[in-house]
Design a protein around this ligand. Structure first.
Ligand SMILES: [Zn+2]
Length: 361
């Protein structure tokens, strides 16, 4: 149960600190206190085998998790058949490159709607996705994780539901949720914790497996117009959003383990480090709520009912629970009736502590 924090490409501070080439990226990333790096192949996959293996060795030394952003010109929904089918090759090139870099995840944009309806565009993209999965398997890349991304412009394919539909093609396909993009395309729709929760709930509903807890994230604040995304900003922005705090709080409370890649404009390493520090601060529990939770457990009929419900339903379980934070999250959603609790007093105590934090008990 942990989150990896990293960057898309390098911050301005990479060059400012005297770093010069991509073999030094893992060292720099670790020095910035981060865990992950997304290698950018937006303009084409050009990395040579030799360079990739040098980076891979450095990534192993510094413990940096690599993912790769596939070319922007991928168009899985294109009306031009040749262009659409070329997407398969670009993904294969990306798969070979990320394997050489020692990673698994390939992140890509699925395309735009153009002159066709959203439904027609999605249908084409789904067909291309099937072809991609077959080609990836045939080429021996079946361990590579394909991640279609939610997109920021209204005309692009890539609403949450469109991305989840693409994930339905194969169990290995994992969503890349770009929250800045979703916020931009829907004119600032992500403001509260409940807005984030709705996205995570939807993902859990559709995927219903570990892809919904080990998803990929792109995060940045993004300026938008009526057409959606205009440009990436930094965490200094206070106008467009979205704010990262509610997302990290939900990840903590629900025990989610996404890879979070920061895409701020030029300060991505610094902003990713800010996110990581905030996430780590959530684990530090104050004694106040603890005492109140214990008192609440003794005195409140509400707590008594939750505990009873959980034990009554423990046998009729359909959902294994391994941790108290998952239990707390499920209880908060009113789903504890389906939860299996490995009962002991330590877990109940810990459960109350986390649930009380969640509710600001
Ligand atoms: Zn992207």
């Amino acid at each position: 149960m942990s989150i990896l924090f990293g960057t898309a490409g390098t911050s301005q501070s990479f060059a400012e600190q005297g770093y010069k080439n991509s073999v030094q990226v893992p060292e720099y990333t670790a020095k910035m206190g981060l865990d992950a790096f997304e290698y950018q192949c937006g303009r084409g996959v050009r990395i040579k085998e030799e360079l990739a293996s040098k980076i891979r060795a450095q990534a192993a030394v510094h413990g940096i998790y690599f993912s790769l952003h596939a070319p922007y010109y991928i168009s899985m929904s294109s009306l031009e058949e040749e262009k659409r089918l070329n997407s398969v090759d670009y993904i294969l090139q990306s798969a070979a490159a990320i394997r050489a870099l020692g990673g698994q995840r390939v992140i890509f944009h699925s395309g735009s709607c153009g002159k066709q309806s959203r439904e027609a565009a999605l249908e084409k993209a789904l067909d291309t996705m099937h072809r991609i999965v077959a080609a990836v398997d045939e080429a021996g890349f079946s361990d590579i994780v394909l991640c279609p991304e939610t997109m920021g412009k209204v005309g692009q394919l890539g609403t949450l539901d469109e991305v989840l539909a693409l994930c339905g093609v194969d169990k290995r396909i994992t969503p890349c949720i770009d929250f800045g993009h979703l916020n931009a395309r829907d004119q600032g729709s992500i403001k509260t914790k409940a807005d984030y929760a709705a996205i995570l709930d939807r993902m859990g509903e559709v995927l219903g497996d570990e892809r919904a807890s080990k998803f990929h994230v792109h995060f940045s604040k993004i300026e938008y117009t009526t057409g959606g995304e205009k440009q990436h900003l930094t965490f200094a922005d206070t106008v467009y959003g979205p704010d990262f705090e509610p997302l990290l709080e939900l990840c903590y409370e629900r025990g989610l383990s996404p890879v979070i890649i920061c895409e701020s404009a030029g300060t991505q390493a610094e902003d990713a480090a800010t996110m990581k520090r905030y996430y780590q601060s959530l684990g530090k529990c104050r004694p106040g709520p603890l005492k109140r939770a214990r008192k609440g457990l003794k005195n409140s009929r509400f707590w008594g009912r939750i505990i009873t419900d959980m034990s009554v339903n423990a046998r009729a379980a359909s959902l294994p629970l391994n941790s108290s934070s998952q239990a707390a999250a499920l209880a908060a959603q009113g789903r504890f009736g389906r939860a299996r609790i490995n009962f002991n007093w330590r877990i109940i105590y810990d459960f109350c502590r986390r649930f009380s934090q969640w509710r600001n008990f």
